[in-house]
Design a protein around this ligand. Structure first.
Ligand code: UDX
Length: 443
């Protein structure tokens, strides 16, 4: 391994995690090569365009391409020749036939890279994988690489939030590296030296613990959201207000207020599939009961979608057939164009399947939404989407919707009825403008 300051890094996979990681590491001063098997993606990145929406990443990519420190390739031989440290950042989606993680992309990354590793090299996985995967991959890497045991593998999970990917990479709240190799630890420490010097905790664990840190963090976050959503269910029937309840809970700093936002629940490319893959792995390990509570967490989350649809149906008199419905939001959360397991789109598609004429507007995710759900109608502004609506549903809390003017929206709808699926609006304000306002967990 060459000296830290001259360490050259390869990032395998240039999706949301990989592209962000590659641009940020280059920004931190490393020479970086981003590798992907998708030629179109690599062409886009080479020309300075990010294939998805992530605030701040376009600028960072363009600036770092100019420095000459950041390159992209589709060639594993070139990447192996160039880099001393390889970071695996490919996706681990949910399998079609079960809740388990689909490991074909991580397996393939190791299998394609290993035959080119002729000198001592460190490979570090960052993808979210079922516990036990890294040990298998480490053995496979050593078996396939000409460098043999000198090609070493560690696992260092990432904790990036979409919409804050750049910030979370440049200023991570912790670095975890699973390894028992001093060389792997040294390389990962060198990568984050600047952040560690500034106080970022650096934890060295075994492979299994590192893998578990990521899935248990996401399981905890999902549980927190479903906990408050369960309280919303109780609040609705008991005549309580879940927003006041959440605020009162948040002042106990053992509980805290983050991820205690009641509403339509969690979606995206991580939390839903990670809890399902975690349950599937626990089942394989024979400890299924340890995680059976996650089944309930998932069920509470799914019920939020059904409840949102019920509230909208009640508001329009019990039947969606032939009614005009506006859905504000398609991305799974604001500041993202990611529609994977998006609660908003799921609700929109279900309402359309019940016979309503559904029009969706989202500030960033329209193109992706249209591709995935051609049966829905799309508008390019909030007001256009809301024209002649019998009911408006706010399902992703973009700032544009939070700050919507009830008077202005009232001038285009057929009926002033709104379902606030994210508890993002001030009910008093909206009711004062003549709107019938309904939300989850409130009266
Ligand atoms: C998550 C984890 O936060 C991150 O650490 C991990 O690396 C990847 O998974 P992300 O999927 O980008 O990140 O989204 P996040 O901000 O965590 O939100 C997940 C979902 O929970 C969203 O659909 C959001 O709307 C929902 N959510 C969040 C709530 O419903 N209520 C809350 O209080 C917070």
């Amino acid at each position: 391994m060459v000296e830290a300051e001259r360490m050259r890094v390869c990032v395998i996979g240039t999706g949301y995690l990989g592209a962000t990681t590659a641009a940020c590491l280059s920004e931190m001063g490393f020479e970086v090569i981003g590798l992907d098997v998708d030629e179109d993606k690599i062409d886009m990145l080479r020309s300075g365009r990010v294939p998805f929406y992530e605030p701040g990443l376009d600028e960072l990519l363009a600036e770092n391409l100019k420095t000459g420190r950041l390159h992209f390739t589709t060639d594993f031989a070139e990447a192996a020749d160039f880099a001393d440290l390889h970071l695996i950042c490919v996706g681990t989606p949910q399998r079609d036939d079960s809740g388990a993680a689909d490991l074909r992309y991580v397996n393939s990354a190791v299998e394609c890279l290993a035959p080119h590793l002729k000198r001592p090299t460190v490979v570090v996985g960052r993808s979210t994988v079922p516990v036990g995967t890294a040990a298998t991959l480490a053995a496979r890497l050593a078996a396939l690489a000409p460098a043999g045991e000198e090609a070493e593998l560690g696992w260092s999970p990432e904790f990036l939030r979409e919409g804050f990917g750049v910030e979370d990479t440049l200023r991570p709240n912790r670095i975890v590296i699973g390894t028992n190799s001093p060389r792997v630890e040294k390389a990962v420490r060198a990568l984050w030296q600047q952040q560690v010097d500034e106080g970022t905790p650096f934890l060295v664990t075994d492979l299994q613990t590192a893998e578990l840190v990521k899935v248990s963090a996401n399981a905890f976050l999902a549980t927190k959201i479903s906990f408050i959503n369960a309280m919303a269910e109780v609040s609705e029937v008991a005549g309580a207000d879940v927003i006041q309840l959440a605020e009162a809970l948040s002042y106990d700093d053992r509980i805290g207020g983050k991820f205690l936002g009641p509403g339509l629940g969690f979606g995206g490319g991580c939390l839903p599939k990670d809890i399902r893959a975690f349950m599937a792995r626990a089942d394989e390990l024979g400890v299924e009961p340890a995680l059976s509570f996650l089944r309930e967490v998932d069920a509470i989350n799914q019920r939020r979608r059904a409840r949102t649809i019920d509230i909208a149906r009640q508001l329009i008199g019990g039947n969606f057939a032939g009614r005009t419905v506006t859905v504000l939001g398609a991305a799974f959360k604001p500041n993202s164009d990611d529609i994977r397991d998006s609660p908003a789109l799921d609700v929109a598609a279900t309402i359309a399947s019940l016979g309503a004429h559904v029009t969706v507007y989202d500030p960033q995710a329209l193109e992706r939404a249209r591709e995935a759900h051609p049966e829905l109608n799309y508008a390019t502004s909030m007001l256009d989407a809301a024209r002649d609506a019998d009911v408006v549903l706010l399902l992703t809390e973009w700032a544009e919707f939070r700050e919507a003017n009830p008077e202005e929206l009232a001038s285009v709808v057929a009926q002033k009825r709104i379902v606030d699926g994210r508890n993002a609006l001030d009910p008093t304000f909206w009711r004062a403008s003549g709107w019938t306002y309904r939300a989850l967990g409130r009266q």
